[in-house]
Design a protein around this ligand. Sequence first.
Ligand SMILES: NC(=O)c1ccc[n+]([C@@H]2O[C@H](COP(=O)([O-])OP(=O)(O)OC[C@H]3O[C@@H](n4cnc5c(N)ncnc54)[C@H](OP(=O)(O)O)[C@@H]3O)[C@@H](O)[C@H]2O)c1
Length: 240
Amino acid sequence: MASGKTVIVTGASQGIGAAIVQAFLDRGYNVVATSRSVSKAGFTASSNLALVDGDIGQATTAEKVAKTAVDKFGSIHHLVNNAGIFSAKPFTDYTADDFHRLIATNVAGFIFITQLAVKQMLSQGNGGSVTTITASLADNPIAGLPASIPMITKGGLNAITASLASEYAKQNIRFNAVAPGTVETPLHKDTPGDFMKTLSPMGTVSDAKDIADAVIYLTEARHVTGEVLHVDGGAHVGRW
Ligand SMILES: NC(=O)c1ccc[n+]([C@@H]2O[C@H](COP(=O)([O-])OP(=O)(O)OC[C@H]3O[C@@H](n4cnc5c(N)ncnc54)[C@H](OP(=O)(O)O)[C@@H]3O)[C@@H](O)[C@H]2O)c1
């Protein structure tokens, strides 16, 4: 039990992010939860939960979130980069606007807050961790589910996870990723359930808690860094 540590969770209003927030609260963490509309989601701010609204692709939101963590809880020990958008379509159908939105949320939304969290962890001098939600599709494309441009962002996040794990190993700041397959969340509200079950060899669909459990493991796994943990019913192991 890591009671009293502070964690920032992005994309916290629903789906995987909301499950991650709840999992950390249940384990006694102080949590700064952020998304564009998190103050209107099901959470109530309290002595161990701060809610910060804002677009994570904007540097000003990252500044507000980091400042809230330090002002309210005095520290940042862990960061979970969960905010992300996704759309599946043929490569030639992606528009310039799709590309810019994906880069803003999935990539800039990682960079700004991670820079501030790492700076704070360095100033505290006792390590920390950054866990990022990527996607199993980044290294295991599935025929019939084309998602080429979103996977530039998710593959890039897996790559920077390895780079930063190396760069900050001596300072004991760990960087890991969780790569989900298909997860039952509002992101898939229009995806037929029977189709979702075909997307892994196990023939089952993850729920948000499966991903939150993996995030908790990596946050507390003091000797694990540079890892991409697939929670995908075996989708990354190949053809089925
Ligand atoms: N569900 C899956 O099958 C699946 C599979 C692989 C990977 N993932 C990844 O897992 C993560 C969470 O997915 P999910 O299924 O829980 O998605 P979701 O239900 O669509 O939730 C996405 C969350 O991100 C927030 N968000 C979106 N754009 C934002 C922005 N510009 N600034 C700040 N917050 C923003 C949303 O809150 P607001 O609307 O309040 O901003 C929401 O809380 C994503 O990174 C996704 O790519 C999901």
